[in-house]
Write a protein that binds this ligand. Structure first.
Ligand code: ATP
Length: 348
């Protein structure tokens, strides 16, 4: 974002309480700035407040406190239709009785765009998502991935400043999901609209996003690029949620590294070798017993109980020989890794 240019989305002290029994603080003092044209993801476990934040930006939910700004204007008190945003929901919310084309045209017609122009624009959007040849079908006659693309075309046809996407790929199987991730990213790059994307899938967030906000219990724990949240998690929660949870507790860290404080270490940075066999000089080394060997195609996961206490997972690539070949449950091993890969976790 260049200086002087207003943020696409700015949240200031945003809070939402639901008055039930017991009352729930769904969103707790959230500050966030999303720049124009960013692909920004809100990542967090179920119930961490992501959808509620999205609904407050769209105007479906009123904040208990705080402010929502879009392109520099305070929209907190405006109804949804007065905000320059569109939402793609997980269930797509298509009109079942309308054709694909009429579904996409609908928003334009409501806005008073004349029939001929609305049709041209709807067809152009369906071309973009490669569905022009299915324009006459009803949603029920489409596959999940095709329905998802209709929902996207319908949201994009209005050319909103901001597109809000609430787990839009959640209903798709893994293969289609991965394919749609690539398409979604390409479409976002092409139209240049700000995408605010909600997901609880860390791999999806890492793959798609320019930046990610990691949510936990209604608060943001960290905002950063995929590389930043993965390689330099700000908290123990982020280290565990983004990537495999692999923590050296304070006691184990004292025994293994000789320092106080907890550390995280990514499984792919850990190597296995037979006890006593020399490893790369300068590496951190510790003994353990293999508790689990999980073959997963391209990689094998080794879960190792450390003699110093705690348990670490190591990942070895398959397809080339490593010292771990042939190691089975119950075997004694040495784990080693380069000291620079230890991620110090602040204790808060
Ligand atoms: P998911 O990934 O499951 O969609 P989320 O991170 O989007 O989760 P929210 O849907 O924002 O989480 O919910 C946050 C919290 O607020 C949860 O504890 C939820 O039960 C609660 N909550 C959400 N909507 C309401 C409501 N209308 N009334 C009462 N509590 C609600």
């Amino acid at each position: 974002m260049s200086e002087g240019q207003a943020a696409a989305i700015r949240l200031v002290g945003l809070r939402k309480e639901f008055h039930g029994t017991p009352p729930v603080v769904a969103v707790d003092d959230v500050d966030l700035v999303v720049g124009g044209g960013e692909f920004f993801s809100m990542l967090g476990p179920s119930g961490s407040g992501k959808t509620t934040v999205l609904r407050m930006i769209a105007g479906f939910e009123a904040p208990t406190a705080g402010r929502v700004e879009l392109a520099g204007a305070d929209v907190t008190a405006l109804p949804p239709h007065r905000r320059d945003v569109n939402t793609v929901f997980q269930d797509y919310a298509l009109f079942p009785h309308l054709s694909v084309r009429d579904n996409v045209e609908y928003g334009l017609r409501v806005k008073g765009v004349d029939k001929a122009q609305a049709r041209t624009r709807a067809m152009a959007e369906l071309e973009r998502v490669r569905l022009a040849d299915l324009a006459e079908r009803r949603p029920a006659q489409l596959s999940g991935g095709q329905r998802q693309r209709v929902a996207l075309a319908r949201a994009l046809v209005n050319r909103p400043q901001v597109l809000l996407l609430d787990e839009p790929l959640g209903a798709l199987d893994l293969k289609l999901r991965e394919q749609m991730q690539v398409e979604l990213k390409a479409i976002q790059r092409e139209v240049g609209i700000t995408f605010l994307f909600v997901t609880h899938d860390q791999e999806e967030a890492l793959t798609l996003s320019d930046r990610i906000a990691v949510f936990n219990a209604g608060r943001i724990e960290q905002v950063g690029t995929a590389r930043e949240v993965y390689e330099s998690p700000a908290t123990g929660f982020v280290a565990g949620f983004v990537g495999t949870s692999n923590m050296l507790t304070a006691a184990a860290a004292q025994a293994v590294v000789g320092t106080d404080g907890a550390f995280a270490i990514r499984p792919e940075k850990i190597h296995l070798t037979l006890p006593g066999v020399s490893a790369e000089p300068g590496s951190v080394r510790t003994r353990g017993t293999i508790a689990e060997v999980v073959y997963a195609g391209p990689v094998t996961r080794y879960v190792v109980d450390l003699a110093a206490g705690g348990r670490l997972t190591a990942l070895e690539q398959n397809g080339h020989r490593t010292a771990a070949d042939g190691l089975v449950r119950g075997a004694e091993v040495d784990l080693y890794w380069a000291a620079q890969h230890l991620i110090s976790i602040p204790t808060t």
